[in-house]
Design a protein around this ligand. Sequence first.
Ligand code: NAD
Length: 291
Amino acid sequence: MQLIDGKKISSDILDEISLEVKVLKAAGKKVPHLAAVLVGDDGASQTYVAAKVKACERVGFESTLVRLPRSTSEKELLEKVSELNANSNIDGYIVQMPLPKHINEQKIIESISPEKDVDGFHPQSVGKMALNLPTYLPATPYGIIQLLKRYNIPTEGKHCVVIGRSNIVGSPMSVLMARNSNPGNCTVTLCHSKTINLKEHTLQADIIIIALGRPEFLTANMVKEGAVVIDVGITRVVSTQTKSGFKLLGDVKFDEVAPKCSFITPVPGGVGPMTIASLLMNTLLAVNSKN
Ligand code: NAD
């Protein structure tokens, strides 16, 4: 069994991006500029956005954090989005989800200029992804593709079972694994909450990608010998064993599943660290596609 080290791969990618920024600078070009819009004071969102800003600093990107109060109306947010679309100094930006309930998230996503949609959530980006055209890939699936690529994990002709069909992970992941590409070229089964007898499917899988949000859901009796298991789930649970009083659990019962796997991602330290690296890769793409 080989552990897939997302922390290391993410750090390698940030180093590669830093080098590219140095090259841009040396050529007298503008450094990439990523902006993030944060509405309200949700603790997890603040942490994610702070990590994104910090990663920008590390690679030499410019970053702008736009903080708006929870009371911001949909109209005000749409105005801010228009401003960012028009600001030629900003190459790409994200609107951190979730948004307060009174704002229609889809409406906001659709108002982001596709050229600056570095989260890859705009319908144009999703459509291009499905057509295997160059575009911004959503961060978490893009991160998983990088892990498979950099560990040289063969995917062609393999049976990949994706569990979960969210717009941000499961659904795009199933599309990417089925595309005529490397990684890709899998026969894909997409499982979700209405799937009957999930175990029958997972036992057939060469590759399992699970994005459910149910701690330790995937057990050893659901996995065939030699499978590749990618665990996207992150759930914070109370723990008496840690100083902080909580720990993070994935969707996989790691201790019993890992010995059966050829490759497996741990939680934390697997898929998680890749998301920010993907966002920065997309921002670099935003710049390079203009040059
Ligand atoms: P979601 O809640 O939007 O979707 C969960 C999916 O699971 C749904 O499509 C549902 O149909 C499916 N599902 C529910 N019960 C099921 C069952 N019994 N059998 C099969 N399918 C079932 O979740 P999400 O946003 O995709 O996130 C999933 C997990 O991944 C969460 O723990 C989240 O925190 C984590 N996540 C991690 C990262 C990262 O590592 N950077 C990014 C995004 C999400």
